[in-house]
Design a protein around this ligand. Structure first.
Ligand SMILES: [Zn+2]
Length: 146
């Protein structure tokens, strides 16, 4: 699994030249996790998965533009700007990549998910923004069979 880190900047002014772009991770040039910059869609991902809908992870939120690409879009909760969103309610698969959602605590007014992503024997955990993960969640996570 190759992870291209497209950006990591939060909702702050850019201070370092190599940290100008907002959040996005591209997995094997196929699956885009978060779309902090509109230009990330130029990579023509086969699917998009959101960790949460803050503007630094979902560029369209600030301008209140609709986001409706012609590929499947997944996220932790329904959003008025993403009409074709598939709301995640459990593990799911995209093109051979298994996504196990992990609820994380980040903001009071919106749901946030991290994902353990597995393909074959390779796994990666992408958390998005996280302040805390409940102990119960971690215990469940430890006992999951893959
Ligand atoms: Zn956030």
């Amino acid at each position: 699994m190759k992870i291209r880190i497209m950006g990591t900047r939060g909702k702050i002014e850019p201070k370092a030249e190599s940290h100008v772009n907002h959040t996005g991770f591209l997995i094997d040039e196929k699956i885009l996790i978060d779309v902090g910059e509109e230009k990330y869609m130029d990579h023509r991902p086969k699917a998009v998965v959101f960790t949460h809908f803050h503007p630094d992870h979902a560029f369209f939120v600030l301008d209140k533009k609709k986001f409706s690409p012609k590929v499947p879009v997944f996220g932790p909760e329904a959003h008025e700007l993403v009409p074709n969103l598939k709301v995640i309610s459990g593990p799911f698969e995209i093109d051979g990549y298994r996504f196990n959602p992990v609820p994380v605590i980040h903001a009071l007014r919106l749901k946030s998910l991290g994902y353990v992503i597995q393909k074959g024997q390779k796994k990666i955990f992408i958390t998005g923004d996280v302040a805390w993960i409940r102990k119960q969640t971690l215990l469940k996570f430890q006992t999951w069979t893959w």
